[in-house]
Each structure stands twice: as structure tokens, then as C-alpha cells.
Unconditional design. Structure first.
Length: 135
């Protein structure tokens, strides 16, 4: 089974560690990269070669220096035309109803995913969007 490239952007190193463990323990077909800084994530993505560019980007809505939605706006301005097939999700342990409405109305954001990341979320929300077969 092929692995899909994911970028997880979360300012909390404990969430990133937990996510990496969930991927490993559940043997999910994910090649994961992690970034804690939205500014460094934008630099990383700008320098990322097409063959290494993430298929999916999961962005925490509570980042340092900017919200996840602000990151998505900057990503769209700088990179989305070069990588139109990359799916973007906003993640958070809590999002206000107004934020969820904004996410759902956005044509650039695939959806909202509650934290922590899990095998269930992967199978039920992400797999159908990327069209992969997972046993």
C-alpha cells in the first residue's frame, strides 16, 4: 500500500508526538512531517519539491503568531495554485461555531477535524477525500 504525505502543523510538541505515535501504533499509511511554526511551515512548503509536497495538510487552529485560518490564507496566496490537489484540514480540540462555519464555507479547506488525530478520523474523514483504499 502506498503512503500518503501529510504535514501536521501544531505549535504543541506534545500533540505532534502523540500524533506520530498514533500513526506508528496503528500502522497508518502516512509519511508524516511535523512543523511547530506556521512561518517555518510556509518556508518548508515553498522549498518542498513537487514529489515531496504533502497530499494533506492538517493545521491546528491555535498556532503561535497566527490562527490556522490565517495560515491557510497565506498558503492560498503563496502556494495553492502550484499544488491544487493538496487537501487542507483545520484541527483543534475546540473550535467556536463561527470558526466551524467559516471552515465549512471555505472552498479551500476540506473540513474540520477534532484533536487528537486518530485512526477513526483518518478512516472516516480523510480516506474518503483522498480516495485511497485502506484495509
Amino acid at each position: 500500500m502506498s503512503h500518503f504525505k501529510f504535514l501536521f502543523l501544531d505549535s504543541d510538541p506534545q500533540i505532534n508526538f502523540l500524533t506520530s505515535q498514533i500513526i506508528e501504533v496503528n500502522d497508518l499509511p502516512i509519511e508524516a512531517s511535523f512543523q511547530e511554526s506556521p512561518l517555518l511551515a510556509l518556508e518548508y512548503l515553498a522549498q518542498c519539491r513537487t514529489e515531496h509536497f504533502p497530499d494533506v495538510i492538517l493545521v491546528s487552529n491555535t498556532l503561535r503568531f497566527m490562527t490556522g485560518l490565517t495560515f491557510v490564507d497565506k498558503y492560498i496566496q503563496q502556494l495553492s495554485l502550484l499544488h491544487p490537489d493538496t487537501l487542507i484540514y483545520i484541527t483543534s480540540s475546540y473550535c467556536s461555531p463561527l470558526t466551524i462555519d467559516r471552515i465549512e464555507l471555505s472552498s479551500e479547506i476540506e473540513g474540520y477535524i477534532p484533536q487528537p488525530f486518530s485512526k477513526k478520523v483518518f478512516l472516516e474523514k480523510i480516506v474518503p477525500s483522498i480516495g485511497m483504499f485502506v484495509e
